[in-house]
Design a protein around this ligand. Structure first.
Ligand code: PMP
Length: 404
């Protein structure tokens, strides 16, 4: 039956984790995985999530009925408020349609599927993706018949943003093009536009009538402040750039396995929103039926209870501050102690869980072969894989790899 099927290559990041687990070395470090780890290199169940789980367990009114097709309403409205802000005009004018999704991946898929069916394409369906981007974006858009096209984003020479290249791509694209933008903590580079740069990006998007497909997988993880990390999205909504937002609670709530996220489509009027809502329901029904309830209940409790919400903010700060501390420590070790050749400013300038080190594929290979340090060949490291016990070994190994 399936003789003609070629063997697909393994996912490179998951493949790295398998190899890491099989490595008996005591010094091994996994900086490939995109999940938070605590000081002891362990997954961290947020204390607020433990508390909310206890509340749910003791709630005698909970049952296992289906949620509605678009999900738990009190989750959707609170999630929209979290990303758009409690004083959002779009929310006050009931112009936002929120659908609970299978985390950020599901939100990206549903958003892409919706565009593939209903967007008024100016030519063949194409989406602009930053070069580089989260590896799954490409497949998600191709799956629904939208062709991904790279736009310049990362400049290897500066290990920073190719701001002029990015703006030129926006200017040169056909009017009403769709561009995927990372809301904050760009994956994989950790390079975000500044507020001033976002302003100019919004200007061009408006001028050209482009559509912004925001992917927001790290709200709170970039700065430790949920509002600050929502800046770009809120600013674009205020400026009335047409857009949708894919939201994930995997990282900021540590709910990787619960698969909880949302797709928010901001429309021009409430009436337009009602039509969008009806079509998203139809799509969602045939894709997943009804979204799962547990993660939605947990996040809804946390977002809607002022005490739990405050506690969650503290937990987010704990994670973000540990990551920021690791950035500073690594920078200190490389520049002050080891005097590693090259500039390492980007380690402290980049944002979020990931850092693009700027090392080349053969240096990555040396780290793997000689130091048991697991990272993808693009040189991206997850700061969460570092802690006060392994960071010196990591810095020394990196130093050796760079010196060759
Ligand atoms: N978008 C980006 C940019 C991501 O980095 C991730 C997580 N790696 C996701 C979306 C989706 O993650 P999840 O499906 O776990 O929410």
């Amino acid at each position: 039956q399936w003789k003609q099927i070629p063997l697909a290559p393994p996912d490179s990041i998951f493949h790295l984790t398998v190899a890491y687990k099989a490595d008996p070395s005591l010094q091994k470090i996994n900086v490939g995985v995109g999940a938070y780890r605590d000081e002891d290199n362990k997954p961290w169940v947020l204390p607020v999530v433990k508390k909310a789980t206890g509340i749910l367990l003791n709630d005698p009114t909970l049952d296992h009925e289906y949620l509605s097709v678009t999900g738990l309403p009190e989750f959707g409205s609170a999630a929209a408020k979290l990303i758009l802000g409690s004083n959002s005009h779009a929310l006050a004018e009931s112009r936002v349609v929120s659908v609970q999704t299978i985390s950020g991946t599901g939100a990206n898929h549903l958003g892409a599927l919706f565009l593939s069916r209903f967007y008024q394409w100016n030519g063949p369906p194409v989406v602009g993706l930053s070069n580089p981007t989260w590896s799954n974006h490409d497949a998600i858009f191709k799956n629904v018949g939208i062709t991904p096209v790279d736009y310049p984003y990362y400049n290897p020479a500066t290990i920073g943003l190719d701001y002029n290249g990015f703006l030129a791509a926006l200017r040169n694209a056909v009017p009403r093009s769709v561009f995927l933008l990372h809301a904050c903590a760009h994956n994989p580079t950790g390079v975000d536009p500044t507020k001033k740069q976002w302003t100019a990006i919004a200007d061009v998007m408006l001028e050209k009538g482009h559509y912004a497909f925001f992917d927001c997988a790290y709200q709170g993880f970039a700065s430790g402040d949920l509002d600050q990390d929502a800046f770009a999205v809120r600013y674009f909504v205020e400026r009335k750039v047409p857009l949708l937002i894919c939201q994930s609670f995997s990282k900021n709530a540590g709910l990787y396995g619960e698969r909880i996220g949302a797709l928010h489509v901001v429309s021009s009027t409430a009436e337009e929103g009602a039509r969008v809502d009806s079509q998203l329901s139809v799509l969602q029904r045939s894709e997943i039926g009804n979204p799962p309830s547990h993660g939605a209940r947990l996040v809804s409790l946390i977002l809607n209870d002022p005490d739990l919400f405050e506690e969650w903010n503290r937990d987010i700060k704990t994670m973000a501050q540990r990551i920021i501390a690791m950035r500073q420590e690594l920078y200190h070790l490389l520049t002050k102690e080891l005097k590693t050749p090259g500039s390492w400013e980007h380690i402290i300038n980049q944002i979020g869980m990931f850092s693009f080190t700027g090392i080349n594929p053969s240096q990555c290979q040396v780290l793997l072969a000689k130091a048991h340090i697991y990272l993808p060949t693009n040189g991206r490291i997850s700061m969460a894989g570092l802690n006060s016990k392994n960071i010196r070994y990591f810095a020394e190994s990196l130093d050796k790899a760079v010196r060759g």
